[in-house]
Design a protein around this ligand. Sequence first.
Ligand code: DC
Length: 212
Amino acid sequence: MIIAIDGPAASGKGTLGKRLAHHYGYRHLDTGVIYRAVAYALMSEGADLKDEARAVAAALELDPEKFGNPVLKTQKVGEAASVVSAIARVREALVNFQRQFAADPPGAVLDGRDIGTVICPHADVKIFVVADPRVRARRRTLEARARGEEADEAAVLADILSRDERDQNRPIAPLKPAPDAYLLDNSNLDIEGGVRAAIDIVEAVRAGRQRV
Ligand code: DC
């Protein structure tokens, strides 16, 4: 089974993806990390983020062993990832990696922006996670502070809003729910509540299928 989870920055889709994968014994891919890794490769080389040829080369040379580098989670790299991910050829270079990950047994949960619409349009279950931008900014600020980083909530909110705007309005693979995605608004849910709601969705889809 393939479960696609999409949603905006700081919606909690990453944690949700990880928890769902754990629950079902599936593998998990946070696809944002892929774009972050490409952006970070360019930043480390001192290259321009809009240098298409270098960005494509970095996308083709991805090393999953480096996905755990904590620097990838920083706001600066996230901003850069949003720029790099708007390049069509970069996205194309990353399609096969993601589809292969999804296809490998026993099943997979992928979270990102275009999993249900572009990468896995035939995913068994699609969930689109949303949350009020102010709630997302609050959560991201608390997470950053817990890691010992300084974070200004107003600046985090501005970053979230500008990334939403860029991710939703780019011409290729914009952030939007697939027509057959289930909407999960977790503004008023804690992590456990969100996980339960997502499991309920997956189980409802499975039960519906068995009845057919
Ligand atoms: O989910 P995230 O914050 O780690 O994503 C970082 C950036 O990568 C985000 O601004 C848009 C981009 N991204 C994308 O375009 N497609 C995906 N499937 C995942 C992330």
